[in-house]
Design a binder for this molecule. Structure first.
Ligand code: S3P
Length: 432
């Protein structure tokens, strides 16, 4: 499957993006180990979250869809999961693999976690090593999957200080901590998305939080909850940039999650001159939400403050697309984590931008981009959903069509992206 992004699209109107991926994964997992039936409204039916649901189903968790957009997960309690008949295949989904590694390290049975070629190449010691410190038996293959977990281990709460800011690792340790003796705490070098903490509270678990530390105490029980999943800010990001660089008038993104650990892209774009306005909605299940209004804006290159990078990590590919059409130079550093995402996103974006005629320099942990005239061409997405969507947006401002190869993984996070892009005004074709 490929995208052909034609120049000249003009974006505006009112759209609603699909549910948040991070929150959907967590709702399914916590619902599975809660007592009672958890009802999830707006669950993201993308391939990554379905990988989580399939893995839970293989461990005896049943889920039903009583109405469109509603998922009911029948919880089995923290000790009710069953040994799966085979290795759990998590596809492209790093969140599934890392969070489940934590959840399963305290169970009474063995599991093996595998995935697609991209996931099998991603680093897993960052989660395995701290889990071993708690007494878990978690093995990797030279640091990569398969992740092999021996069950029946007694876990003990430990204080962890993470080397890299990672919500996936933090969440894995908290999920193991629920099954450990005593207190498990995590200190991160920078704040990362805190959906696990907020959702544990919604399931009735006490979470201790201070400025840079989060902790749980083992033995708590989870009580089924009703979870309303907001629109995914990371999906909205593609349309925020599209409306800034190719807007015909305001674009309103309805009911998007605006948890402050996720929205640094807005701060960065405002530094670049963007006119973005938030109309707050009611907070649900501990997560703030808002309608986001975006007005066409003239963007200016900036040196992005490193402190904003962790809360914009998944949005940097589309920020690089914005930088390509901004006046002057944009510099991003402190984003070395992009090298170990679904693809090496620094290499994929630098390679694609250079192929379109943009002056770009890649460093070990960032990019330096000189805004300019964007040409057309044929690009590889490296099988990475966010790289594919970033270039699809940039097509609106190119001089000739941009073809993006290998875009089927867009469905991991954003099913229906091409249809919604057309509805918003982009000229995007999906060709198989
Ligand atoms: C996620 C955490 C981030 C993010 C990923 C989703 C999560 O990964 O990039 O898309 O849901 O916890 P890291 O934990 O590797 O930073």
């Amino acid at each position: 499957m490929r995208f052909i992004a034609d120049p000249g699209g003009e974006v505006g109107g009112e759209i609603r993006v699909p549910g948040d991926k991070s929150i959907s994964h967590r709702a399914a997992m916590l619902g599975a180990v809660a007592e009672g039936t958890t009802e999830i409204h707006g669950f993201l039916e993308g391939a990554d979250c379905l990988a989580t649901l399939n893995a839970l189903a293989a461990m005896g968790v049943s889920a039903g869809r009583p109405a469109a957009g509603v998922l009911r997960v029948h919880g089995k309690g923290l000790r009710g999961l069953e040994a799966p008949p085979a290795a759990l295949d998590l596809g492209n989904s790093g969140t599934s693999m890392r969070l489940l590694a934590g959840l399963l390290s305290g169970q009474g049975f063995d599991t093996i976690l595998i995935g697609d070629a991209s996931l099998m190449a991603r680093p897993m010691e960052r989660v395995a090593a701290p889990l071993r410190r708690m007494g878990a038996d978690v093995r990797t293959n030279g640091g990569r999957p398969p992740v092999a977990i021996r069950g029946g281990r007694r876990l003990v709460g430990v204080s962890h200080r993470l080397d890299v800011p990672s919500a996936q690792v933090k969440s894995a340790l908290l999920l193991a901590g629920l099954q450990a003796e005593g207190r498990t705490s995590v200190v991160e070098p920078a704040a990362t998305r805190d959906h696990t903490e907020r959702m544990l509270e919604a399931f009735g678990v006490a979470v201790e939080r201070s400025a840079d530390e989060v902790a749980v105490t083992g033995g708590a029980r989870l009580h089924a909850a009703r979870i309303e999943v907001p629109g995914d800010f990371s999906s909205a990001a593609f349309f925020i940039v599209a409306a800034l660089i190719a807007g015909r008038g305001p674009l309103v993104l309805l009911d998007v999650g605006v948890n402050p650990t996720r929205t640094a892209l807005i701060d960065i774009l405002r530094l670049m001159g963007a006119d973005i306005r938030l109309q707050a909605r009611a907070m649900l299940a501990g997560e703030p939400r808002a309608d986001i209004e975006v007005y066409p804006s003239r963007l200016q290159g900036v040196v992005v403050p490193e402190a904003l990078v962790p809360a914009a990590i998944d949005e940097l590919p589309v920020l690089f697309a914005a930088a390509a059409v901004a006046a002057g130079e944009t510099v991003v550093t402190g984003a070395g984590e992009l090298r170990v995402k679904e693809s090496d996103r620094l290499a994929a974006m630098a390679g694609g931008l250079a192929a379109l005629g943009i002056a770009v320099e890649a460093g070990p942990d960032g990019l330096r981009i000189q805004g300019g005239e964007v040409g057309g061409g044929c690009l590889a997405s490296q099988g990475d959903h966010r790289v594919a969507m970033a270039f699809a947006v940039l097509g609106a401002r190119a001089r000739a069509p941009i073809t993006i190869e290998d875009v089927q993984n867009v469905a991991t996070s954003f099913p229906g992206f091409a249809d919604l892009a057309r509805a918003a005004g982009l000229r995007l074709a999906e060709v198989s």
